[in-house]
Ligand binder design. Structure first.
Ligand SMILES: Cc1ncc(COP(=O)(O)O)c(C=O)c1O
Length: 392
């Protein structure tokens, strides 16, 4: 068997991106929070189909700012979220003072299961924080209708799903607010970076202030925010901090890169989707789970999952991946079941991970492999051939 050296991501920064960066460095004197950041935020909003976007230092920062602003606007209470997500989703809920209410995933979408969300909603529910996993859309009409009828905001973590759609809408433009990551391994990159997007102008202003230390002068419309601001007493206008804030800003170089990358995002996504479909359709369906709801998806990675009755084949699957030189991650999004992670105990949260059986299945039997434009189709075919041999 040939070693094909297949990484999680390749060539995510092109010569065109580098040329754009060099041009900015050689011709501009502005490197932080300037015209390029504003233009990237505007272009992102147009691409996504929302009114406001705020460019931040990472997807985790986007998660954290969103939960912080949610606390200031709706007050403390419960936030429903899945155990299959990234660690920063859980941390941002807890560290902003909310009570996390974990709800299991649906095996087809890998996102929050509708019936379980319905059961978990109480009078204390302040938001549903849904993660669109590895490029799949996690939203359904029944979920949107339910949340609308209960007046509960939906926060979308679309950090792994740039360009996925639900109907005609891109994920990240459906809920009250959304979070994206532009980390190097994602659909598009600003090396490190993230975005908060929303149609709510007050919420956007609040995120803008919180991104920049909580400084009032970061807002372009402070009058809109009066109800959320604390009263500073006898302070200087340049240093008025009326809300809790952080420094989660990005910079001009990140924005130059983002603008350059955005131009090819849609084209790249169709390349990714083609590869996921080829991969899933070539797997042995008796051994591997392939029934994902891929309608409207924008593949982040190739999804490899042993059916539970074939869990004993896991060492053989890993051997195939290692022998072929295919880099992989176990547990899918964020390493699987977050309820198994030790950090929760340091905050007094001790939920039995075994109760979340669908997440547990992914934790133990799920993998993801790199999927990127330019990934040779023959590598996919060669891998599928080797995977078909597993268990024979
Ligand atoms: C679903 C999800 N949310 C949040 C993040 C955090 O993004 P970042 O790495 O940019 O902080 C990630 C990171 O990959 C993610 O996959």
């Amino acid at each position: 068997m040939n070693n094909i050296r297949w990484p999680l991501i390749q060539n995510n920064i092109t010569d065109a991106d580098k040329t754009a960066l060099v041009k900015h460095i050689m011709t501009s004197d502005r490197f932080t929070q300037g015209e390029k950041v504003k233009l990237f935020e505007k272009s992102w909003s147009q691409w996504l189909g929302v009114k406001h976007s705020i460019f931040v230092s990472s997807g985790s920062a986007a998660n954290f700012l969103t939960m912080s602003a949610l606390r200031d606007t709706v007050g403390l209470g419960e936030v429903i979220l899945p155990p299959l997500t990234w660690v920063s989703d859980v941390v941002s809920v807890i560290e902003n003072g909310f009570t996390p209410v974990f709800v299991d995933i649906n095996p087809n979408t890998l996102a929050l299961d509708f019936e379980s969300v319905k059961k978990a909603i109480t009078s204390k529910t302040k938001a549903v924080f849904l993660t669109h996993v590895l490029g799949l859309n996690g939203v359904s009409k029944s979920l949107l209708d339910l949340l609308k009828s209960k007046n509960i905001p939906l926060i979308e973590d679309a950090c792994e799903s740039h360009g996925a759609v639900f109907g005609k809408k891109k994920v990240g433009s459906i809920g009250f607010a959304s979070n994206f990551s532009f980390y190097y391994g994602h659909h598009m990159t600003t090396i490190e970076g993230g975005m908060v997007s929303t149609n709510d102008s007050k919420f956007a202003q609040l995120i803008r202030i919180k991104r920049g230390h909580g400084l009032l002068r970061e807002s372009t419309a402070p009058q809109e925010l009066q109800e959320y601001l604390g009263n500073s007493k006898d302070v200087y206008k340049e240093f008025d901090f009326p809300v809790v804030g952080y420094n989660f800003r990005n910079n001009e170089l990140g924005a130059v890169l983002g603008l350059s990358q955005l131009k090819r995002l849609d084209k790249n996504n169709s390349q990714r989707n083609l590869r996921l479909q080829r991969f899933l359709s070539n797997l042995n369906k008796q051994i591997y789970f392939v029934d994902y709801s891929i309608k409207g998806s924008s593949s982040y990675a190739l999804l490899l999952q042993l059916r539970s009755e074939h869990a004993h084949l896991k060492p053989q699957v890993e051997k195939v991946l290692l022998n072929l030189g295919v880099e992989y991650r176990r547990g899918m999004s964020g390493g699987g079941n977050q309820l198994r992670q030790g950090f929760l105990k340091t905050r007094g949260i001790d939920v039995n991970p075994a109760l979340y059986t669908n997440t547990e299945q992914i934790h133990h039997n799920g993998f993801y492999l790199g999927n990127f434009p330019g990934l040779p189709l023959k590598w996919i075919d060669e891998l599928c051939k080797a995977l078909i041999e597993v268990g024979r």
